[in-house]
Design a protein around this ligand. Structure first.
Ligand SMILES: [Mg+2]
Length: 307
């Protein structure tokens, strides 16, 4: 891995956490007017700069990949359960449904299948928001990247669009890390991944959307639409993330996804210092230890030579 790719890999990890933290106070809020966009880390239910479940679950995936690469789904499921038992302040409904059954002793594949049967059309963004560590661990192996991106989704989000969305997101990161420009990276990822036509159409049309057309809900289609729109209609890390988190609604999750993409496109060096300095989060949960940007950089450097 050369220095340029390393800077982009670090940018992907730090960018995801920064997008999550910048979006945290805007979650469930309204779309903000173009002239009144939030550009600073602000406090809400958590202190300013705090990342949330999106980054926490990504850290769990990263730690699992550091132990076992390719991914061991049983190890990841058990680590998700340990995180869930530490009572995270945020946890998605679908995620919590599956993890509570695994915590009660059910094998992960049966647990998640039972939850999906209750809500067969449920296709939330909970596996796309945390998938980026699989892209970094497999930065030099597209086939392995796609397999583990799908597998990490299956543990909580088996819907075909959630699995395809995770593979697509990480394939975009794969091409961006190599220096492919964003528009081509999205096109190449659409070619490389088998994506249900309805989701592929949403991704293809995203850059032509107007800001006020973007719902930015917790539906995986809406999150990918916002993230691709943010990446392809701006030309800096800062602008991509600011535009997306200010859509409100599921702001932190869309922020995490566009942050991973834009971080991989522009690299760590392009991330504003004021955000870098503000980023924080207790990790592991309950430990009292506060993670900062340097810890994410160190984790990325451990993760990237996985193969
Ligand atoms: Mg969150």
């Amino acid at each position: 891995m050369n220095d340029l790719i390393r800077d982009r890999a670090r940018g992907c990890a730090v960018g995801a956490a920064i997008g999550d933290a910048l979006g945290m106070p805007l979650e469930f809020g309204p779309r903000r007017h173009a002239g009144r966009l939030v550009r600073e880390m602000t406090p809400a239910r958590l202190p300013a700069g705090s990342f949330t479940d999106d980054t926490e679950m990504a850290l769990v995936l990263a730690e699992s990949l550091l132990t076992q690469c390719p991914l061991d789904p049983v190890d990841l499921a058990q680590r998700f359960v340990a995180w869930y038992r530490a009572r995270p302040p945020d946890v998605g409904v679908h995620t919590s449904g599956g993890l509570s059954r695994i915590a009660a002793g059910e094998p992960w594949d049966q647990a998640v299948a039972a939850v999906q049967r209750q809500h067969p059309d449920s296709a939330g963004n909970g596996s796309v928001m945390r998938c980026w560590p699989a892209a970094l661990a497999h930065w030099n192996n597209l086939e392995g990247l796609l397999i583990d991106s799908r597998l990490q989704s299956w543990i909580t989000h088996p819907h075909v669009e959630c699995a395809a969305g995770s593979m697509f997101t990480n394939a975009v990161i794969y091409y961006l890390l190599r220096g492919v420009p964003p528009r081509e990276a999205v096109a190449q990822a659409l070619d490389a991944v088998e994506i249900p036509p309805a989701l592929a159409a949403v991704i293809q049309l995203a850059p032509a959307r107007r800001r006020d057309e973007l719902a930015n809900s917790g539906w995986v289609r809406h999150t990918l639409e916002s993230a691709v729109w943010g990446l392809l209609t701006t030309d800096s890390f800062e602008e991509a993330v600011v535009q997306v988190v200010n859509l409100g609604n599921d702001a932190d999750t869309a922020g995490a996804v566009v942050g991973a993409l834009a971080g991989a496109a522009y690299g760590l060096a392009a991330i504003p210092g004021r955000w870098w300095e503000a980023l924080r989060g207790e990790w592991p949960l309950g430990s009292g230890h506060i993670w900062r940007t340097d810890d994410l950089v160190a984790l990325t450097d451990q993760l990237t030579p996985c193969e």
